[in-house]
Design a protein around this ligand. Structure first.
Ligand SMILES: Nc1nc2c(ncn2[C@@H]2O[C@H](COP(=O)(O)OP(=O)(O)OP(=O)(O)O)[C@@H](O)[C@H]2O)c(=O)[nH]1
Length: 368
């Protein structure tokens, strides 16, 4: 049985989260450009021309990244572009010292941003790489592009506080993800329970009603025909009375499993009521639906419905109808119900309409 709605609804949740992250990134990029403009101007006014120009130059990839995202909508490129630019900016600030050797302080922005934008593993890997760069700058102040030196005190405090912050960000992000995943799993379980019949695992009536309405809309939009089969287990009260309620339950479960095996992936089977089931058969004509119902009926006849080593006398009757014969879902259900009633009236263990006697059992097969 097709089960697309849960996965698509969770894809929807992830899509919403991605959109939110992209929006935050756009704002962060904008803020970064403003900061770079402001701090660059301050550096310019204080005569640090090279530093000012470098800071302004970092605005270009940020602005380009924003422009590219606006054009393509590619979120992966947006994230990677921002991380790469910010990483390079922080490496420059550490290597140059920024103004009065305060450049490395900007590094504290990185851990929360990284863990928020990437996975815990990728975030940790990038962070370790940045640590390596910082360590190189601290250990080898004579390296090319490095034009500052920090006091030992600063280096120790910088690493200690940054490590503390990184671990905290990691733990917070890990628990945020854990809570989010648990919530998603809970939502999935609730959603599944709201759509599923507990005893048989098939769709429940509410879900089937929803699917019928959707299929009817598709039929109205694109003319795709569909049929339904309303199935009832014959003389079920007798099974309950003779073998007990648990035997009745077992018969319902066995019948449901059998139905699942016989229908196509695109078909939907639901428990419509107590011992009544409804099949929704998209892109299926009346003749095809009758053939399927007949196959199911014959399968039920040849299957041993067992309960505590006793064979239960299970047969089914079904009323089949195609949307071509009805103008609405209500009318379709009504017609199927009328056919089911006539199948019962005609002696049970048969399909209606257009049935003929079948060799080998009491049942019937559809007239082609
Ligand atoms: N064990 C069990 N029985 C159920 C369940 N739901 C409904 N039933 C029983 O199904 C029986 C249906 O009986 P009826 O509506 O009289 O129909 P029937 O005996 O199947 O007779 P026909 O439909 O005329 O062939 C009732 O006894 C219900 O109690 C269920 O979940 N488990």
């Amino acid at each position: 049985m097709r089960d697309l709605s849960t996965s698509s609804s969770h894809r929807g949740v992830e899509e919403i989260e991605d959109i939110r992250i992209s929006r935050i990134l756009t704002w962060l990029s904008l803020m970064a450009i403003l900061f770079l403009g402001g701090i660059g101007t301050k550096a310019w006014l204080f005569g640090h021309t090279g530093h000012a120009l470098t800071l302004w130059a970092f605005s270009i990839p940020l602005a380009f990244n924003m422009f590219w995202f606006a054009r393509t909508g590619n979120r992966t490129v947006q994230k990677s572009g921002l991380i790469a630019t910010v990483g390079a900016l922080f490496a420059y600030l550490i290597a140059s010292g920024g103004e009065n050797n305060t450049g490395p302080l900007w590094f504290y922005v990185f851990p929360p941003l990284l863990f928020y934008l990437t996975s815990l593993r990728t975030g940790t890997a990038i962070l370790l790489f940045c640590y390596l760069i910082a360590a190189m700058v601290f250990l080898f102040p004579d390296l090319p592009l490095v034009n500052t030196d920090y006091t030992l005190d600063f280096k120790i405090r910088f690493f200690a506080t940054l490590t503390f912050e990184s671990i905290l960000c990691f733990v917070l992000e890990a628990s945020r993800l854990k809570a989010r995943n648990e919530l998603m799993a809970l939502a999935r379980a609730h959603e599944h329970a709201a759509r599923t019949d507990e005893l048989t695992g098939l769709a429940n009536r509410r879900e089937m009603q929803h699917r019928l309405d959707a299929e009817f809309s598709r039929y109205q939009r694109s003319g795709h025909h569909f049929s339904i089969a309303l199935i009832d287990l014959d003389l079920f009260k007798g099974i309950n009375d003779q073998y007990g309620h648990h035997a009745g339950d077992e018969a319902l479960r066995t019948f449901s499993a059998l139905t699942r095996q016989i229908i196509r992936q695109s078909d939907i089977a639901a428990r419509w009521g107590g011992e009544e089931f409804l099949l929704l058969l998209p892109d299926t004509s009346l003749i095809q639906a009758l053939a399927l119902a007949e196959r199911l009926r014959a399968e039920v006849v040849s299957t041993e419905f067992m309960f505590r080593e006793q064979r239960l006398p299970v047969t089914i009757s079904a009323g089949v109808c195609s949307i071509a014969k009805a103008g609405s879902v209500d009318e379709l259900l009504k017609q199927a119900d009328i056919h089911l009633y006539s199948a019962k009236e005609a002696g049970r263990n048969q399909i209606a309409p257009r049935v003929r006697p079948h060799q080998g059992d009491n049942g019937s097969g559809p007239t082609p």
